[in-house]
Design a binder for this molecule. Structure first.
Ligand SMILES: C[S@@+](CC[C@H](N)C(=O)[O-])C[C@H]1O[C@@H](n2cnc3c(N)ncnc32)[C@H](O)[C@@H]1O
Length: 298
């Protein structure tokens, strides 16, 4: 059996089945973005407890973090933002349904691995994370080694549109803020292949409001900032239905994420995109949505 390092070397060269992992100029630009990304808003928050997230937070923040002396205030804000980002991931995991220790899960677009480690810790299960950023995959693999879970939580330089994983091999698949990088039809066809009947898909994403008629200026600014292509709310449900997924929970997290952005806007790690998020959420052109769906295709 190939070691994790041998597998890593093979995947780094060719991806799955000898096909290149990055198959379009767009995917190459997304990968380049994430390979270069070193934003303190991700790194410094991850250093709080070793769980590195690339997603946003939910829940009210403790206003006391803004009151402390300057030297303590900054770290208090960072710790609080990290708490809200981990709360977001906990909510995602709450929607997985029953997961056994010998189940295999897929973290599609796994970033630096934070949510994968939380899932494995909570359920004792196996997790495969895939990302088109080689830098992130290397980082997450090192984290898995450090945590002593490299045999259960494995990261791959692979495309979530074509994972190469065996058919019906997953009990749960999730996407935590990754669907805006891909065509949803292609994505859910691949997930339908990977899940057995009754398998669960859980998504947290930003999406634009069909009712406001296309992307608002603020939503376009977010697309531009992250080199992504935010989909409409309606597109999610259409693409899910076309691939045999039936939603069981849909939660509008927009009111729950606004405090996170308000806190982030006041932090030393603000990136400049906070205003666009706050505008988009407050004007109603953008939602932060959780969707949990069962696969009932066959
Ligand atoms: C905003 S980050 C989210 C990371 C992670 N889900 C989290 O919550 O921390 C987006 C991730 O999607 C990945 N990604 C984008 N397009 C992808 C694709 N076609 N296949 C696999 N990963 C992709 C990026 O490499 C990056 O890791």
């Amino acid at each position: 059996m190939a070691t994790v390092n041998q597998e890593a070397a093979a995947e780094a060269k060719t991806g799955m089945a000898g096909q290149p992992v990055l198959r379009s100029a767009f995917q190459r630009s997304v990968a380049a973005y994430w390979n270069a990304e070193q934003d303190p808003v991700n790194i410094r928050l991850g250093e709080v407890d070793g769980l590195f997230h690339h997603h946003y937070g939910i829940g009210d923040y403790d206003p006391a973090v803004l009151d402390g002396p300057k030297d303590l205030r900054e770290q208090a804000i960072i710790t609080e933002m990290h708490r809200l980002e981990s709360a977001q991931a906990e909510l995602l995991l709450d929607h997985f349904g029953p997961v056994a220790g010998d189940d295999y899960l897929l973290d599609a677009g796994s970033g630096r691995g934070g949510t994968s480690f939380m899932a494995s810790q909570r359920f004792g299960c196996h997790v495969d994370g895939v990302s088109i950023s080689e830098t992130q995959v290397e980082f997450a693999r090192a984290q898995a080694e450090q945590r002593g879970v490299a045999d259960r939580v494995r990261f791959h330089f692979r495309n979530m549109l074509d994972t190469g994983l065996p058919a019906k091999s997953r009990q749960v698949i999730w996407t935590n803020e990754t669907t805006m990088y891909v065509d949803l039809g292609d994505l859910y066809r691949e997930f339908a292949r990977l899940l057995p009947n009754g398998g669960r898909y859980v998504c947290i994403t930003g999406c634009y409001n069909d009712l406001t008629g296309g992307r608002s200026r603020a939503v376009s600014q977010i697309d531009q900032h992250y080199t992504c292509n935010i989909h409409s709310r309606g597109r999610y449900f259409k693409a899910l239905a076309e691939s045999g997924f039936v939603p069981i929970s849909v939660i509008d997290l927009t009111p729950d994420t606004i405090p996170y952005w308000e806190l982030r806007a006041q932090s030393s790690v603000a990136t400049g995109i906070e205003h666009a998020f706050l505008t988009a959420y407050r004007e109603g052109s953008f939602h932060y949505l959780l969707i949990a769906a069962d696969y009932v295709g066959r």
